[in-house]
Design a protein around this ligand. Structure first.
Ligand SMILES: *[C@@H]1O[C@H](CO)[C@@H](O)[C@H](O)[C@H]1NC(C)=O
Ligand SMILES: *[C@@H]1O[C@H](CO)[C@@H](O)[C@H](O)[C@H]1NC(C)=O
Ligand SMILES: *[C@@H]1O[C@H](CO)[C@@H](O)[C@H](O)[C@H]1NC(C)=O
Ligand SMILES: *[C@@H]1O[C@H](CO)[C@@H](O)[C@H](O)[C@H]1NC(C)=O
Length: 380
């Protein structure tokens, strides 16, 4: 008998809400997954996560919550990361594939062994498919997941993947807990080390990521490690961000209609003159013709060139009547480009009244006076 979708609970951990989190939640909502988010408002103590061990806080939070489901025998838990994950398929599909695996717990598989390479020999041999455990995604019956996470007694900054790995590579525990890996990426696709395996594919007008090595259509796509850009690419289409019928379905979401607001958002424009630049006076004049209320603008200028100081003075004398705050950092400061760009952003970040930062280099030609309005209306 098949498991009903209402028996499936997705659990994820997000101590902050960023764009990646919203993208994940959007894909979950599209398929009607029930998602429980843990760790909200909690401080992250699990390490910086990039190229370092950590993440134990996630197991600790799972341990706390899974206690409540210890005796829910027919309940299925799908744990997944969220900041770099997108759902590409439905709860029904996940449950069907999980049941077909004929195991109580299925972890994502990875071609890359992390974090302890010395454990390589301890993994069961796999003839076709990925051999190593990835703890960014797993699915299992609640009592079994509970029995796994109750074994956690380490610190928040210890490594979650190492913890799960040690349980998996222990033959007795592996059998007692009936754990396997999703070797052929039927449910979980980790992209790190697999960028050549996965392609975008349209089926019945809908976008999926397809693993062409194993001929599978994974359900949870994880842009782990340095594969965020590839995940972003999939996320531009999957699951319904772009469809053949409607085009971009998210582009209009959460935008601002400036014709309907009384007060425009405050924008700081960061201008960077990093080398001698032809037509600089023209560039500066165009800034003043931007179709945007001048009282909502502040300007930060970094000028690296002594030669351009006279042009900036002319601009300042014109602009100061319209724009109340113009901060100029000249060549005498001897700033590197990076320092200058950070300073421009800080000028906005440290100003409570700054809503948006618009960075533009002096060798850019702004041909549309509505440029700033159009960008702000995107609200991105
Ligand atoms: C999600 O639920 C809504 C309301 O019950 C339904 O209209 C919609 O078709 C469902 N979406 C999917 C992908 O099953
Ligand atoms: C895992 O559980 C399934 C039933 O859900 C059983 O058929 C299978 O033999 C078990 N595998 C192991 C290795 O215990
Ligand atoms: C813009 O900044 C001014 C102060 O410089 C402030 O009075 C005003 O409320 C701000 N506008 C918005 C929309 O935040
Ligand atoms: C400007 O900075 C560079 C790099 O930091 C340094 O090598 C150079 O001596 C500095 N020039 C002056 C005039 O301070």
């Amino acid at each position: 008998p098949s498991i009903f979708p209402d028996k499936l609970l997705v659990i994820t951990i997000a101590t902050k809400e960023n764009d990646g989190f919203h993208r994940f939640m959007q894909s979950a909502k599209y398929f009607n997954y029930t998602v429980k988010v843990l760790g909200q408002g909690e401080e992250w103590r699990g390490g910086d996560g990039i190229n370092s061990i950590g993440g134990g806080q996630k197991v600790r939070l799972m341990k706390e919550v899974m206690e409540h489901y210890a005796s829910h025998e027919d309940m299925v838990i799908l744990f997944t990361e969220c900041f770099d994950v997108i759902f590409a398929g439905s709860p029904e599909e996940v449950l069907k594939k999980f049941q077909k695996s004929n195991h109580k717990v299925v972890f994502a598989a990875d071609g890359i062994l992390w974090p302890d390479k010395r454990l390589a020999d301890k993994y069961p041999v796999v003839h076709i498919g990925k051999r190593y455990l990835n703890s960014g995604g797993f699915i299992g019956y609640a009592p079994y997941i509970n029995r796994i996470v109750q074994q956690w007694n380490l610190q928040d900054n210890d490594d979650d993947q190492l913890f799960y790995t040690k349980i998996y590579i222990d033959p007795l525990k592996r059998e007692a807990l009936n754990i396997t890996l999703d070797h052929k990426c039927k449910i979980f696709q980790t992209l790190n080390g697999a960028v050549d395996e996965v392609v975008l594919k349209f089926e019945n007008g809908k976008a999926r990521a397809k693993n062409v090595f194993y001929e599978t259509l994974p359900v949870a796509i994880n842009g782990n490690g340095p594969t965020k850009i590839l995940l972003n690419y999939f996320g531009n289409y999957v699951p319904n961000a772009w469809t053949q019928d409607s085009g971009c379905t998210l582009c209009e979401l959460d935008t601002i209609d400036l014709s309907a607001v009384n007060v425009y958002p405050n924008v700081t424009i960061g201008v960077f003159i990093e080398q001698p630049t032809p037509f600089l006076p023209r560039f500066l004049d165009i800034l003043l013709t931007l179709d945007y209320p001048k009282e909502a603008l502040k300007v930060f200028i970094h000028n690296k060139e002594v030669y351009h100081e006279k042009h900036i003075k002319v601009f300042f004398d014109k602009a100061k009547h319209e724009i109340s705050t113009i901060k100029i950092v000249g060549p005498e400061e001897n700033l590197s480009q990076a320092e200058a760009r950070n300073m421009g952003m800080d000028f906005c970040r440290q100003d409570d009244s700054c809503d948006y930062y618009f960075s533009v280099d002096a060798d850019v030609v702004l041909t549309n006076p509505r440029t700033l309005k159009i960008l702000i209306e995107q609200n991105r």
